[in-house]
Design a protein around this ligand. Sequence first.
Ligand SMILES: O=C(O)CCC(=O)C(=O)O
Length: 284
Amino acid sequence: MHPRTTITPELRDWILTTTRDGHSVVDVLQLMKDSGYDPRQSRSMVAEVLKLPLAALTAQPVSAPPRGQRTRHPEAPEINVDGHRVGVSLSVGVPSLRVLENMLSPQECDELIALAQPRLTRALTVASDGSNQVDQRRTSEGMFFGLNELPLVGRIEQRLATLLDLPMNHGEGLQILHYLPGQEYEPHFDWFDPQQPGYDTITAAGGQRIASVVMYLNTPELGGGTAFPGLGLTVTARRGTAVYFAYEGGDQTSLHAGLPVQRGEKWIATKWLRERPYRNPRRV
Ligand SMILES: O=C(O)CCC(=O)C(=O)O
């Protein structure tokens, strides 16, 4: 027997809407846990609302998946993602890193650049208090698309979601960056430092970042690769290719940098993925 629970109409609606929106039962249980619900009671309530046998939920992990395994790390040399063929040309174990060929078609790259160009402003970084700041370490220009803002953006977001087995709404809006000669992004981590005062604000929606995908929209004439100093690895920026890497907060191996462009220009689209569904009210 499991404990008797009272399910309010609001909670019933929320469970139904959240699962219909594409969240897994594990997500729902985690969100309830984050809101202070007792995990045993949550399982009973979700089982009742979704008319599932309680045993099916008890068998599921209620806590987050093991470190570094929240996204699927693509393994096969070539993967058919909803009719689009993505190749894996390089794999690293720690951090989990893949170089993905043909992540975007040449047309998709050109369209993203054309759409972003009129909306570019100086790229910012997230300050320790959670605000956005101008930062000498990041000298490019950029812009954000809202989640699923345009059919093209939604199609790319869905491709990433399928490839990495993570619902689309765990992604922050797609960011486009433009670098000119000499511009760069000095070595940094994409995860947020739990010791920083703004950590709770930054992670209130979506939790910690868990993976990044940097997609190259053009091929700079020289320079502009993405370097991983701890691995002695530089991923060459080539149109349509991407580098995906997964990490946990505090993971030192994911240190990376956008190297200075030496000749030509560099365009990238970056997707940051969160541990839970993310929605930025300012951008979506
Ligand atoms: O420009 C690059 O190659 C890397 C970009 C990057 O690290 C970022 O946007 O977080």
